[in-house]
Design a protein around this ligand. Sequence first.
Ligand code: SF4
Ligand code: SF4
Ligand code: FES
Length: 240
Amino acid sequence: MSDQDFLITVDGMKVRAKRGQTIISACDAAGVYIPRLCHHPDLKPAGHCRLCSCYIDGRRASACTMPAAPGMVVVSNNEELNNDRRVVLDMLFVEGNHFCPTCEKSGDCELQALAYRLGITAPSLTYQWPKREIDASHPDVFIDRNTCVLCSRCIRASRDVDGKSIFGFSGRGLGMRLNIDSETKLSDTSFAAIDKAAKVCPVGCIVIKRTGYRTPIGRRHFDKAPIGTDIEACEVGDPE
Ligand code: SF4
Ligand code: SF4
Ligand code: FES
């Protein structure tokens, strides 16, 4: 371990962390998967979805925003936390319109994959069937708000990586929606299929046109292995 490294404990395991590193980043590097949806390793943390909520030194906090500190004790994988994650996922499913069997993202979708990992095959809450808009005006990308989970990845990517600030949220609570450049159409913006914001959506909301079903269902990322398996496959040496 270098002078900058220290140890934290996660679910009883010793995990090496560096100064300035968040708990989720330290865990990823150590091969310990904490469920997440709004977190993306290339984007600034936002702490929106609450899926990564853990007990950190006895208090609930988001592992994606909380910096690691020497000696911290983190609990992520217990029945109470996983039940709360199931409730959050249930709410995301019923607050949108998700028809997995016909969705282009099926098999590559982080929401769907998280539900499977946590043992959800159907939501236990009542579907709300909200009316959501589709924007297919752009020549290369379409937006299907029916599946948006308001994770803000596209907002952060467009603002912080692409330097365009094309996306934002409007409204509050159940009425919250993804907006484009203050209610305009996607085709009226400088959005491009090569933008980072076009590649970070965890669900089937931002989709590149003419790429659909290039990889057949059944051969996609999470068809092969549950979400988090890539992180858990990391080599973990003795941190001491
Ligand atoms: S976005 Fe994901 S959860 Fe929603 S319908 Fe598509 S595959 Fe299913
Ligand atoms: S469009 Fe995708 S990336 Fe953007 S907020 Fe909705 S789910 Fe997140
Ligand atoms: S992944 Fe931490 S709050 Fe969303």
